[in-house]
Design a protein around this ligand. Sequence first.
Ligand SMILES: Cc1cc2nc3c(=O)[nH]c(=O)nc-3n(C[C@H](O)[C@H](O)[C@H](O)COP(=O)(O)O)c2cc1C
Length: 200
Amino acid sequence: MSQYTGPRKLKLLCISGSPRRGGNTDRLLNEAVAGAAGRGAQVKQVILADLDTAPCQHCDGCIQTGGRCVIEDDMQEIHQDLREFDRFILASPIFFMGVTAQAKTMIDRCQALWVIKYLMKLPIGLNKDVPRKGAFISVGGQNYSNLFQGSVATVKSWFKALDVDYTADLLVPGIENYNAITNHPTALKDAFTIGQQIVS
Ligand SMILES: Cc1cc2nc3c(=O)[nH]c(=O)nc-3n(C[C@H](O)[C@H](O)[C@H](O)COP(=O)(O)O)c2cc1C
């Protein structure tokens, strides 16, 4: 039997930072997953609220170890995925003008990867031949003009530390209630398109 498995599929990591399962963020992320899967990508979904992830303690343990966080929880697998995957979507609602605690906890724990990049001067991506690209999906209940400003800055800073290009976002204001996104005229379709584009 042939051992040939065909060309390597692009690997997309989709991370949901919403604690409200099946809510607006999850629905948008599911559309993005469907869009990416339809283009043949290998997709893994991570629901942060289901995982055990402690906040960064700034203990500098990752400096002593050369980039391995000393907190043994589910972030260890996420760290590995963030190095192995090629494309990334983070989806988080706005909580008090920022990303959720679940999302920010995960982002802060990437200080260990920051150490690999900036102190050890090593590449973050383990698959050198494939460009690393990322997108951010967010919703919020209000319509403030600066509603997404802080979160976009945070995600851009995180992507930069991960050697990921911030290539797209979908930022949907005025989405408060559990099912609100289903009444939006374009957001679900736009999320599907982001999923297609991120693996193109
Ligand atoms: C703790 C908390 C803080 C929130 N803070 C904001 C906020 O600062 N601005 C805003 O527009 N919406 C805020 N919201 C509303 C959510 O962003 C909104 O309900 C969103 O649709 C939730 O997405 P989800 O269904 O994916 O959980 C907040 C909601 C919660 C629970």
